[in-house]
Structure formats: structure tokens, C-alpha cells
Ligand binder design. Sequence first.
Ligand SMILES: [Zn+2]
Ligand SMILES: [Zn+2]
Length: 248
Amino acid sequence: MKSPQSIINIIFIGVFMTIVGVACKKESQEVPAIYNKIYGATSITNDGSFITIKTKGLPDHKSVYYSSSNALYEAFSGTTYGGNTFAKNPNSISEQSLTFKIPVNPKVASNHASTPGGPIGVSLNGVPFFNQYAAMGATLTNEINGFDQYWGHPQNSGQYHYHVEPLYLTTVKSTKSGLLGFLLDGFPVYGPEEEDGTSVTNSMLDDYHGHTHATVDYPDGIYHYHFTTEAPYLNGNGFYGDAGTVSK
Ligand SMILES: [Zn+2]
Ligand SMILES: [Zn+2]
């Protein structure tokens, strides 16, 4: 018969080995294939709870906001997102160091946290999504005139971002109905059309600017956000799910 102390020791060793086992297992999780669509990431890893996506936040398309010595610089031509005269903001694009941690298994939140200023998700090319507000919660009315030819722009520290449909992704790298990225709660973001070509309007979406049905990527159905042409464009009254984190 073992002494109570040795039984405690055995239990302690057992618990310790289990913790070590879980910790080691966490390091070796495979990244689900869907996340490999984020072609602009510098790394993507999975610890079993969160997918960690690192990006430099640099658009892989031309922009009037690259410095004129950059190969991706292109003067603005054509019309703005809102159809007004283009008004360039004083900022220019600079490399970022963004780390997005999003839940592997997104879950609906009991309290729908409002989206913060700054990055609220990551798009396929590694550029962050921003919400429907300019700095200090102002509407985007004035900012829209400064969106470049692919409908993004940099803020004052050079961080380039999309508030509205990322045109390069919906017309070149993906489609109007294709996957465009993920918000921090892990739920996917789609373009302004459904796969049958129907234009998505705000009235088809809930308060958080999404709804649930099957997509090519998720045949069993999933909650997803859509870009629409009217405010709030991408997200409404906060995250549908429990949000992960972003550091910059
Ligand atoms: Zn902005
Ligand atoms: Zn949909």
C-alpha cells in the first residue's frame, strides 16, 4: 500500500505530464487550409485555440499613397468611391508589424463588443479592415474622397486599411462573392454579392452586418459578414462573436 504522500506525488506527476503534453500538442496544430488564403501573411500558426496571423500591412496593389519612388506608386485617375473629386490625405503608406489572433472555432458572443478604432480584421493580402468610422467616431463622409483607386487609404502613422469593399481583392485576387478575410472574432468576410450573383443589401443582414448560410468554403454553413455599398459597409453594432486580439 502506497503512502498518501506518494499517491499525491503520483497525481502531481500525472497532472504535470498532462500539462506538458497539452502544451506540446498546442505547438503542433495544423493550420486549417482556409487560412492559407491569406496570401499576404508573413506567418500563420495555430495553437489549437487561436490562429496567429502576422502581416506587414502593405497593399500588393498600386496606390497613390506609396511614395513616388515605389514601384507600386500610381497617380490617382478616374472617380472616387463616392463619385466626388479625389482629395489625397497627407499620409503615405509605411510597413507595419501586425499580429492578429483570431479564434480557431468562432463562437457567438453573449455581449457583442463594439469594434475598436484601428484594425478589426485581416484581409487576404494582409491589409487590415477598419470599421465604419473615421478617427474619434466621425462618419467616413470626408475620408471617402481620399480612398485610392482600390478604395483604401493610410492613416496618420502610415497604416493602410480598408473601410469599404477592397476593390483589388474583389476584382483581381478573389471575386465579388468570394472570401476576403476574417474579422477578429474569426468569422469570415465576403464581398458585396452572394454566390448566385445577388447584390447584398443591408436589409439582408443583421445588426452586426452578417448572416448565416452555406458558402463554397463552408458547405455546412457559417455566420459571415458582407461588404455592402452603404454604411456601415462591413460591420454594424459590434462583433458577432467573441473577438480575438490584434497588436501593432
Ligand atoms: Zn480610414
Ligand atoms: Zn451571405
